[in-house]
Design a protein. Structure first.
Length: 278
């Protein structure tokens, strides 16, 4: 009888090595330890020997532990830790996406990876109203109802046939009217304030010791010239250059009157004098 035994793991029953046996002090044989057999396993590359105690035989099981495999749906990598054949959900072929591409999936029948465009950070616009959406790595395609073309303005509608934004002239006219109406409203307010400032400045005594904080017509001109050019500010500049009226009830007019300790009667006189100045 051989003085060697072949040891296997008590849980997985996988062959782990060879043991030298001690002689049995009560007889002429050897002492066989637990989880060991005299039957020698056949060792093969890429295989693990598994012992079956009922048949006293070893079977060969695929051993790919320690190698990198990749999930066929997305390419997630991990290391094999279990014995046995690989499941259909993984492959040993490493994905290598080109620049600007992301992993899509593994095509089993051809044994190759498929890649898709990387839309991470791409801004697209909803064709129904032009709102912007930023895509992420999970977006595989630009879906219907979205475009990479930015809407020029609210006056444009999406034309599915032309695949482009098309100007709606009626909507543009309505938007232009809204801008002008808004400019008129702002102009009326600004003109009232500026005329009030001019009125108060004309009344201000030359011996006033208050530090000259009240706006003068020159300062108002400078302020208007410093505003960014737009439809509204251009209209305001033009109107100010032609301004000839003031408002007694304007809140700013009343505030400056209080600063100068002017009574309502004095304010009326000042405004009358300012009006006469043209």
């Amino acid at each position: 009888m051989s003085n060697k035994a072949y040891v296997y793991d008590p849980i997985t029953r996988e062959f782990v090595g060879v043991a030298r046996l001690d002689r049995d002090p009560l007889g002429g044989g050897f002492l066989l330890p637990a989880n060991a057999t005299y039957t020698r396993p056949e060792l093969m590359d890429g295989k693990a020997a598994i012992y079956d105690s009922k048949s006293d035989k070893w079977t060969q099981v695929t051993d790919l532990r320690g190698i990198d495999v990749y999930n066929v749906d997305g390419g997630h990598a991990y290391v094999v830790e279990q014995l046995g054949d690989l499941p259909d959900s993984v492959t040993t072929t490493k994905p290598e996406p080109p620049a600007g591409k992301l992993i899509d999936r593994f095509k089993v029948d051809s044994g190759e990876w498929l890649y898709r465009d990387d839309y991470t950070g791409v801004v697209v616009y909803i064709t129904s109203h032009g709102g912007a959406v930023t895509l992420t790595a999970t977006d595989k395609v630009i879906s219907e109802g979205y475009t990479t073309k930015q809407r020029p303005s609210d006056a444009y509608n999406w034309d599915a046939k032309k695949q482009d934004w098309v100007l709606d002239k009626a909507k543009q006219a309505e938007l232009d009217k809204q801008v002008l109406d808004s400019a008129d409203a702002q102009l009326t307010c600004l003109m009232s304030q500026m005329c009030a400032w001019l009125t108060i400045e004309s009344y201000k005594p030359k011996t006033d010791q208050r530090g000259g904080n009240i706006l003068s017509p020159v300062k108002i001109d400078e302020m208007l010239q410093g505003l960014p050019s737009s439809v509204e500010t251009d209209l305001m500049r033009n109107a100010w250059s032609r301004a000839t009226y003031i408002e007694f009830t304007n809140a700013t007019t009343q505030s400056f009157a209080q600063i100068l300790d002017m009574s309502k009667d004095q304010l009326r006189i000042a405004m009358t004098e300012a009006k006469a100045l043209g």
